[in-house]
Design a protein around this ligand. Structure first.
Ligand SMILES: [Fe+2]
Ligand SMILES: [Fe+2]
Length: 172
């Protein structure tokens, strides 16, 4: 059985993952409204990934016989000044989430909950990728600057991103 404080912290992370999904969906909508369909696609895929993260927490809490208390999801911002502003926000947000995951690992270790620690290691690696991919797009956006044709080229590149569901046994 999960200890109550661990269960509460995992539920809070489920909420944070759904919030991330909301945030990126809101960014997707912002990009659609500025006619950057490729950027909008990238964010939509990101929003899907975050929901998948949330479901991993859901399934894990269930598996351990825990009780899931779904709390309200905060409303995300709806506007950004520029693509660079949105990607700076994305990178900042992912760094914050990394901190939350690290805190969870600390808690699992303090509570000697090895199964939860093991479960969380997937997220530890995932956050390395999340920060890297947000940082990579941010660098590209910065390089584009005010060049409209480069911006549209980057937009076509970001249109290529597709959602890849995790392999069997790697969550649902
Ligand atoms: Fe996530
Ligand atoms: Fe993320």
């Amino acid at each position: 059985m999960l200890k109550e404080n661990v269960q509460e912290a995992l539920s809070a992370q489920l909420n944070a993952e759904v919030y991330s999904s909301y945030l990126y969906l809101s960014m997707s909508s912002y990009f659609s409204s500025t006619d950057l369909a490729g950027f909008a696609n990238w964010m939509r895929v990101q929003a899907k990934e975050e929901l998948m993260h949330a479901m991993k927490f859901y399934d894990y809490i269930n598996e351990r016989g825990g009780w899931i208390l779904l709390k309200p999801i905060e409303g995300p911002p709806t506007e950004w000044k520029s693509p660079q502003d949105a990607f700076e926000h994305t990178l900042r947000h992912e760094q914050k989430v990394t901190g939350l995951i690290n805190d969870l690992v600390d808690l699992a270790i303090a509570e000697k909950d090895h199964a939860t620690n093991n479960f969380l290691q997937w997220f530890v690696s995932e956050q390395v990728e999340e920060e890297a991919s947000a940082g990579e797009v941010l660098q590209k956006v910065k390089r584009v600057g005010d060049n409209t044709s480069s911006l549209f080229m980057l937009d076509s590149e970001l249109a290529q991103r597709i959602f890849t569901p995790p392999a069997q046994g790697d969550g649902k």
